[in-house]
Design a protein around this ligand. Structure first.
Ligand code: NCD
Length: 307
């Protein structure tokens, strides 16, 4: 794997190898403390983030790498009209790996096409978010013992929620079953919808091993009135879980708005904060795997940015 722009950049074996490596790192973080000494990771965030950016930065530093980057594109030359490609060519000269979040779908792939260093997609608009998927799978495996055989209920905004777009194919490839509890009008996009049956929330709470709840992605709506109509379509609360005798663990990529009530937080089913914590060993595994298998990138400032 030269880049990680989509979950499809990884074979099934590579996904499992990342999960195993993350588990080994979580067990013995000291063993990798100097693995990436001298490397520079660039966090290029053109869109808001808390967990993804900070967990990548923390992961890089825990491997000995240093971090540069920006989290407010208004302070960069993209606000002067610089193309994404030109920005990436410059970042190639300053860093050994780029973690990028961008509002446009396909941005990470465009970046990878011109980049001489690995590009990791940390979210491209409504497109994908592959490292979130690795940490979601890691959490499911840790909490449930295995991924194969699980039934995972995907709740909320399945149309714009990029974490779901990476998660669905990964679950299917690893032998789990995904079912959809989509808010009205926010169903899975066509190519993904094929093998995913629809279910109502009560039934999903009753029958699923995992409830994977997502926020309605307000920032993707062209029309604010449309958002107002569907926000709050589903709420997972303690009453629902009790009433349905749910055995499911509750996951959420976070941030949540009101789709998982605070009264779930204290229940043993609540795994979303643990899930966010798992971002550290998982992102350490991703960075280590991408950086140690690659020869040092060309650091010249050649006009094409190529080697
Ligand atoms: C998600 C994202 O940015 O896609 N957050 C995250 O990375 N944990 C989910 C969201 O914003 O709703």
């Amino acid at each position: 794997m030269a880049h990680l722009t989509s979950i499809h950049d990884l074979s099934d074996d590579e996904i499992v190898a990342l999960l195993d490596r993350a588990a080994a790192i979580e067990k013995d973080p000291k063993s990798v403390r100097h693995l990436l000494d001298g490397k520079v990771v660039c966090a290029a965030f053109f869109e808001p983030s808390t967990r993804t950016r900070l967990s990548f930065e923390s992961a890089a530093q825990r491997l000995g790498a240093s971090v540069i980057g920006f989290s407010d594109p208004a302070t960069t030359s993209s606000s002067k009209g610089e193309t994404l490609e030109d920005t990436v060519r410059m970042l190639n000269a300053y860093s050994d790996l780029i973690v990028m979040r961008h509002p446009k779908e396909g941005a990470a792939r465009r970046a990878a096409a011109v980049s001489t260093v690995p590009v990791v997609n940390a979210g491209d608009g409504p497109g994908e978010h592959p490292t979130q998927t690795i940490l979601d799978l890691y959490t499911m495996r840790k909490e449930r013992g295995a991924i194969a055989g699980l039934t995972v209920g995907l709740v909320g905004d399945l149309r714009y929620g990029r974490t779901v777009h990476s998660l669905v194919p990964a679950l299917q490839r690893l032998g789990a079953k995904a079912v959809a509890v989509a808010a009205p009008g926010l169903e899975l996009p066509k190519p993904l919808a094929g093998d995913v049956a629809a279910m109502d929330l009560e039934e999903a709470a009753r029958s699923c091993d995992v409830l994977y709840v997502t926020r309605v992605q307000k920032e993707r709506f062209a029309d604010a009135a449309e958002y107002e109509k569907v926000k709050g379509a589903f709420v997972v609360n303690a009453d629902l879980l009790g009433r349905t005798k749910s055995r499911a663990i509750v996951m959420h990529p976070l941030p949540r708005v009101d789709e998982v009530s605070a009264d779930v937080d204290g229940l043993p089913a609540a795994k979303y904060f643990e899930q966010a914590r798992n971002g550290i060993p998982v992102r350490m595994a991703v960075l280590a795997t991408l950086l140690e298998t690659r020869p040092r990138a060309d650091r010249s400032l050649s006009p094409t940015g190529s080697q």
